[in-house]
Design a protein around this ligand. Sequence first.
Ligand code: ATP
Ligand code: MG
Length: 299
Amino acid sequence: MSTGAELPKGLHRIIQLPSPELGELWDSIVLDQAIKDQLIGQAIINFTVRQSVSRSVLPLHGTVLLVGEPGTGKTSLARGLAHKTAECFSGASFRLLEVDPHALGSAMMGKTQKAVSDLFGQTIAESALTGPTIVLLDEVETLAADRSKLSLSANPVDVHRATDAVLVQLDLLAETHKNLLFIATSNFPQAVDEAFTSRCDLVLEVPPPNLKACEQILTLCLKGMGKQFAAMAKLPQTAGFDAVANEVHGLDGRAIRKVVASALTLRKQVAMNPNELSMADLTKAAKAAKAVRAKGTKR
Ligand SMILES: Nc1ncnc2c1ncn2[C@@H]1O[C@H](COP(=O)(O)OP(=O)(O)OP(=O)(O)O)[C@@H](O)[C@H]1O
Ligand SMILES: [Mg+2]
């Protein structure tokens, strides 16, 4: 993994794939297997079918967009997908480039268009020349903002130009560098430029967890904690667990995991020794999280 000052502008990480850490991330997201399979399928055809079939027959751009509410696992899935894809092509040297759109947009205000062009036209294109490359465009609405919704008076012309530059570069790369796959995420799909969305080969909505998924997320979290605090791993088999799962239904995956964290803070002896965590603590934390969420949605 490469991080730090030696990275080209606009990237905040380069990861050699496969990466078992990212594999764990993929496994940690509870989601309908059909959705996970479709994501992997789309990534596979990008590096197989797309390489040999003309774009006039199958207009693949090499871009996938994951949309969904905050905390539903989009970034984790995107990073995990990079690993799963590389795993399917053992022998090939894949790498993941993680773009930092905020660095492009803010730190280089006034130079965004050039920064975008350099990043896509040089850094990303050069990486693709040396081997199959997957690019994470997290929170892509920052980079490909919907130009129709930006008012020129309130938003710098620079933002418009950045979106234009992204689209131009995506078109160029789609034509010339086929061993590239962009995985973008957004929790504001309405803020993403339509021209970007229409270039995506797959736009997939990551849904909030249903009741069964809530139960599984809680179980995974408690079992994970159980590696350090053995008693916590037994909670999913304890009376009252179903009621807690019911209680967290309606929260997103991130909030459900945070319920476990906040349950540990309610009593000093539990904070000191998480093995003391009770179902009552979990219920109380879940109810509190739901109450906060309810207030938030009324605002
Ligand atoms: N479906 C899920 N199953 C298990 N864990 C989940 C799920 N969804 C989210 N999480 C957990 O929530 C946390 C946040 O996930 P992640 O950052 O991938 O979400 P996101 O959709 O990208 O959020 P945001 O829109 O705020 O960027 C992670 O710890 C992840 O494991
Ligand atoms: Mg995210």
